[in-house]
Design a protein around this ligand. Structure first.
Ligand code: SF4
Length: 484
């Protein structure tokens, strides 16, 4: 099956053309289908469609065929059910984070898309457009019958007028991002405790030093205090959290309820992620949800804030006021598609971006060059992830076990060869922050390191980028108070 799937991507251009012709031909059968009755025709058509598409594409019959928008790689095979991939965890060589024996469906989609693009003058962004979330009611239904009846196989993504956007007061992170000064955020894992003091003790290390504190949402598929509750606790204590929300654990009903709840509790920033798979976490037997992917979640969150509507279109009594972020990973394959994925997230509503750990400046520079060429850094603030670990062994473990983390060999050798590995890793992190501060379009750094708060606070202070290191005029420059 895997071999046939790869064959269809290798022949994406021919198959796409064939698909186009087949669609036009079967559309001619519309009047006949109406006379016989669509349900009767579907009963005959469905087994035929299923057998054909299963054989050629390993299709799982989502009922909303998007093959011509995914380079002839069927996205139902994506382990996270993404409609807008790839995720940030793609392994070296383009293999799947969750099923390492198979190539990432979205790496294949990029390969197929490039083959289709070679046949015409279309840019890749048009060949691999943003796709709406799946409509689960259509699972196991025929897509061909939709074509015969003259209906689109996927619902179009709604286009809103920019005139009816609700204006919101900007929160402190948003104001900092718009001020033009170098922003610093830090990641804190919520505790395995029902005691808020356990969380506050970790977060207090960064009070007055950073612009915001990200609260992870079951990072690595591990269970901790909920990110919405932890974010609300920080807000109550005068800190500025970024509430991370992953698509792994909640469907679109639960996630929208949580977004409203977070905003009602005073949270002003959210970061939308697809999320790590459950297989590497402490509950590998759990059911992963992945009803949405990050692009769909961003669009929904932006619709709630800007238009005051749920994904269903139902009106909210009061829209949440949130600064909306997304993640990017310039350090994992497919490198060429990472910018396309970033652009989809910004188009969907991301106002700031936080990247995976940057240990490889060259890859980041390549990514930023392309981001500047497309002016993406003007549409969303790009905050680059940095961090440190105590030893070369710990760094190597992370590069091997944490999806999407890339640590170049020269850095590993430098730290392994140092007399004090912890001090050397810290020095390398400070050097990285200072180098990033000189790259056009980098709006700040996002400092990460699991249960390493003391060292992270030292790094921020010693790198000279913390809020307390800023001249008062810069830290408090007048900013725009509302966002359109
Ligand atoms: S690597 Fe991620 S995006 Fe690619 S197929 Fe696997 S789960 Fe899906």
């Amino acid at each position: 099956m895997l071999a046939l799937r790869r064959w269809s991507v290798r022949h994406a251009r021919g198959l796409n053309a064939l698909y186009g012709i087949a669609e036009r031909v079967i559309a001619l059968l519309g009047p006949l289908v109406k006379r016989i009755g669509p349900a009767r025709v579907e009963a005959v058509l469905h087994p035929l469609e299923r057998a054909t598409k299963q054989l050629v594409f390993d299709c799982l019959m989502c009922g909303q065929c998007v093959l011509s928008s995914t380079g002839m790689a069927c996205p139902t095979n994506c382990a996270k059910q993404m409609r807008n991939g790839p995720c940030g965890g793609v392994r070296d060589g383009g293999y799947c984070e969750v099923k390492p024996e198979m190539r990432c469906v979205w790496v294949e989609a990029g390969d197929g898309g490039r083959r289709i693009a070679a046949g015409g003058a279309l840019p890749l962004a048009e060949i691999l457009p943003a796709l709406p979330p799946i409509d689960h009611r259509r699972s196991e239904r025929s897509s061909w019958i939709e074509v015969m009846c003259g209906k689109p196989t996927v619902a179009p993504i709604p286009n809103f007028s920019e005139d009816d956007v609700i204006a919101h007061p900007a929160g402190s992170l948003e104001r900092a991002c718009h001020s033009g000064r170098f922003v610093v955020t830090v990641e804190v894992a919520p505790p395995d405790s029902a005691d808020p003091q356990a969380l506050l003790a970790r977060a207090a290390k960064f009070q007055g030093l950073v612009d915001a504190i990200n609260i992870t949402d079951g990072a690595g598929g591990n269970c901790h205090m909920s990110s919405v509750a932890a974010s609300a606790i920080l807000t109550t204590h005068g800190l500025t959290p970024v509430y991370q929300v992953a698509c792994r654990d909640r469907n679109r009903i639960a996630v929208q309820g949580d977004i409203l709840g977070a905003a009602a509790l005073g949270v002003q920033n959210i970061l939308c992620l697809t999320g790590d798979d459950v297989s590497q976490g402490d509950h590998p037997e759990a059911k992963p949800v992945f009803d949405l992917d990050a692009v769909s979640l961003l669009r929904i969150a932006r619709g709630m804030c800007d238009r005051g509507v749920y994904a269903s279109g139902r009106k909210l009594e009061r829209a949440p006021s949130l600064f909306i972020g997304a993640t990017a990973n310039p350090f994992a394959p497919p490198y060429a598609e990472r910018i396309l994925n970033l652009e989809k997230k910004i188009d969907a509503g991301a106002q700031f971006i936080q990247t995976q750990f940057c240990f490889d400046l060259k890859l980041l520079e390549d990514f930023m060059r392309e981001a500047r060429r497309r002016e993406l850094h003007r549409r969303a603030r790009i905050i680059v992830g940095v961090g440190t670990l105590g030893s070369a062994k710990a760094l190597k473990w992370m590069a091997t076990h944490v999806p999407g983390v890339h640590v170049p060999e020269p850095l590993l050798a430098r730290i392994a060869g140092a007399a004090d590995q912890k001090a050397e890793a810290k020095r390398a992190c400070i050097e990285m922050i200072q180098a990033l501060a000189g790259i056009d379009g980098v709006a700040g750094v996002h400092v990460m390191g699991h249960k390493n708060e003391d060292v992270l606070a030292e790094i921020i202070a010693e790198a000279g980028v913390g809020r307390s290191a800023l001249p008062l005029t810069e830290a408090t420059s007048p900013l725009e108070e509302t966002v359109a």
